[in-house]
Design a protein around this ligand. Sequence first.
Ligand code: NAX
Length: 359
Amino acid sequence: MAGAHRAISRRIRSSGPADKRATPGAESEPIRVLVTGAAGQIAYSLLFSIAKGDVFGKEQPVVLLLLDITPMLPVLDGVVMELQDCALPLLREVVSTDKEDVAFKDLDVAILVGSMPRRDGMERKDLLKANVAIFKSQGAALEKYAKKTVKVLVVGNPANTNCLIAAKSAPSIPKENFSCLTRLDHNRARSQVAMRCGVPATQVKNVIIWGNHSSTQYPDVHHCLVNMAGGELGCFEAVKDDAWLKGDFIATVQQRGAAVIKARKLSSAMSAAKAICDHMRDIWSGTPEGEFISMGVYSSGNSYKVAEDLIYSFPVQIKDKTWKIVDGLAINEFSKSKMDATAAELIEERDTAVAFLGV
Ligand code: NAX
């Protein structure tokens, strides 16, 4: 019976010497990577990529810490067995637990996927309240147990506000170490443009997701470049359909999550896991020269007049594990109004969430 399952942490070590033979040069210290919601569907798509070196590099050993709630521990056991059965050279240890003090200990990276899902009949406020409690507790655990250099990526929805609450609950960890996932929206926008132009997604760069990871987000292609017909074209010139770019394209990206749920009867998981890998790989190794990507980061000090003290998605470049918002991009009236609308939603969400903090 799931509820009667022991709420303990379990450690499974992979064999050391054979691993070293299989991976020449893999002598560096393993990094400790936490994934929460580890028994869920996104984690199921994500863990293999992390464990095989797609995120932190092919020579970086990892210890995986897997956190889920107590009733999910038996499911987590199955995930651990599968990770073992992959026989991966970089995976040095797997720890599965329902305890925050075990899961958050000495972390280099925290990927916070688990959150309270919306249930039928649940008010938005009640959902926010439940998630404030989770991310306040996990922020406090980061503060108490993780390394101060830990990089924290929040995926669980509402991702921006959950990230803000976690950061506020970990005052001794730099705010710059926190970010939330809007890379899935970014990849969706990139792919939509690529399909329209008949080129691979790699030929499209510098789309921007502004604001909240919600249907108010603004996918902006005014600075996007498409490599086609032997040169680099601005997106509007490449697509040759302004009405689509200003209408259906934006709506498609904003509502893509709902469209996937309608078709699959489950929310995005494979594409979410891929986006998490892209996001964390870029934090770890940097963004390509001349390119920017989207992620939710602290708005304080931004040059776009977005309100302070929000986790808002901006175009960023990353070097030496440090992100910087890309400044000075021209913003027209069309863009400004959409950036303001998504900021207004985030302000309201933040104010409601912060009111719950003291409760
Ligand atoms: P699942 O319901 O499959 O898995 C979530 C897991 O989290 C469950 O195993 C659950 O037991 C666990 N969990 C719940 N509370 C927890 C807690 N306090 N500590 C640790 N684990 C806990 O959901 P899945 O499809 O994996 O989605 C996870 C989250 O990602 C959801 O909140 C979802 O809305 C969000 N998403 C965010 C995206 C983004 O771009 N920011 C895109 C994909 C996804 O929709």
